[in-house]
Design a protein around this ligand. Structure first.
Ligand code: TRP
Length: 375
């Protein structure tokens, strides 16, 4: 029996990432591959060292090409359907690192029709507001405006539609049925959608009139889209896109599924939350791996593996391995109490968000610079 499920539209249960690697047919990122990346980047991002980015498709081929002087571009995206939360930022922060280290262009897709097609009650008007708001979060992370191009499906429809049709013509209903679990009652817009998500993986090759390799950093739930994309692009004469895939930042309440705004608002830390809201959410909702009483905690120690505050530090907020190790050991030995651990995390999140929110304000004037016009 399957205890967890991962699709592009929902993640539930306790995700077993080793099983997922087998199920999806993706490859684990091993030490040898890390060494190869390190040869180019000199240091390794902590999300690689700690296997937050844990799987890939075809990454060695991207590195082969890069070593030959054939540079790749990056492609990732966000369907604007709500406020941005910490879980969304995780792969984008890593994408920014890749952009810096490899001097790569980033094509960032905002498929504003995706959640319109997939959600029951979301209007294009609401989506447009989220789109403008979500762009601020992406810009605030510091992507290079000269090398970053926003593609909005409905704004750039003219550029994308023909290409999407070329992809769509190679996908049958039975292929999307098995990839996404669709059935006869699925609306036909949703059936077509994956062909729109395929387009940015070869759009730069079309615009620049030469074949350019593509690397897609994304959370593992998006893999079914790119499995199809990889089958089809060679048939159209383009490279198969490669990918590098991360696990999910767990929700505050525990390790089940992923942080998601479709769950309880209080259990999700949004990028626009105030310091007081962050403090309240962490204190009240962050699942603790600590013991029932201080006495018991001092005796037996906490369980960092189960502790959400510790996991957030590991995956996102404490890049320094030495400091993380000290926190781990102090928590495990019982020296550090849950509320003290939570204070460390609250301080980290709030100082990150203070800076992020400042840059978000500045980003309001920059959207025009990021929206792709033409070369
Ligand atoms: N489908 C993604 C979402 O639901 C958005 C997206 C579009 C995306 N293109 C992508 C995500 C490429 C990762 C990589 O938010």
């Amino acid at each position: 029996m399957k205890k967890f499920s991962v699709t592009p539209w929902s993640v539930s249960g306790n995700v077993d990432y080793d099983k997922l690697i087998k199920e999806f047919g993706i490859e684990a990122i091993n030490e040898k591959l890390l060494e190869r990346i390190k040869k180019q980047t000199r240091d390794l991002h902590f999300m690689l060292r700690r296997k937050v980015f844990f799987a890939h498709r075809d990454l060695p081929r991207i590195l082969d090409e890069y070593e030959k002087g054939n540079k790749f571009f990056l492609y990732t995206g966000r369907a604007p359907s709500g406020k941005v939360h910490l879980g969304h930022l995780l792969p984008w922060i890593f994408t920014k690192w890749l952009q810096d280290k490899f001097g790569a262009e980033l094509w960032f897709q905002f498929p504003d029709e995706e959640k319109f097609l997939f959600k029951k009650n979301l209007s294009f008007k609401e989506i447009e507001n989220f789109l403008n708001d979500n762009m601020l979060d992406v810009i605030a992370l510091g992507f290079n405006p000269k090398k970053t191009f926003f593609i909005v499906d409905t704004i750039h429809a003219n550029l994308m539609y023909k290409e999407a049709c070329k992809v769509a013509k190679k996908i049958t209903f039975s292929m999307v049925k098995s990839s996404f679990g669709f059935n006869e009652t699925t609306n036909i817009g949703a059936i077509f959608y994956t062909s729109m998500q395929a387009v940015p993986a070869f759009l730069p090759s079309i615009l620049k009139k030469r074949n350019i390799p593509c690397l897609i950093p994304h959370a593992v739930d998006q893999d079914p889209h790119f499995r199809l994309t990889r089958d089809i692009l060679p048939k159209l004469g383009y490279y198969k896109p490669a990918s590098i895939q991360c696990s999910f930042l767990p929700p505050l309440s525990g390790t089940q599924g992923k942080m998601s705004s479709s769950k309880l608002e209080q259990e999700t830390v949004f990028t626009i939350d105030s310091p007081e809201e962050v403090e309240m959410k962490i204190k009240k909702y962050a699942f603790s791996g600590g013991r029932a009483t201080i006495k018991e905690h001092r005796e037996k120690g906490g369980i960092p593996e189960k502790d959400i505050s510790f996991q957030y530090l590991r995956m996102f907020f404490e890049p320094d391995d030495e400091k993380l190790k000290a926190i781990y050991e102090n928590y495990k030995s019982g020296k550090l109490l849950t509320n003290e651990l939570k204070e460390i995390l609250i301080e980290k999140i709030n100082s990150f968000l203070k800076e992020h929110q400042r840059k978000r304000e500045l980003a309001k004037k920059q959207i025009g610079k990021f929206l792709f016009k033409s070369f």
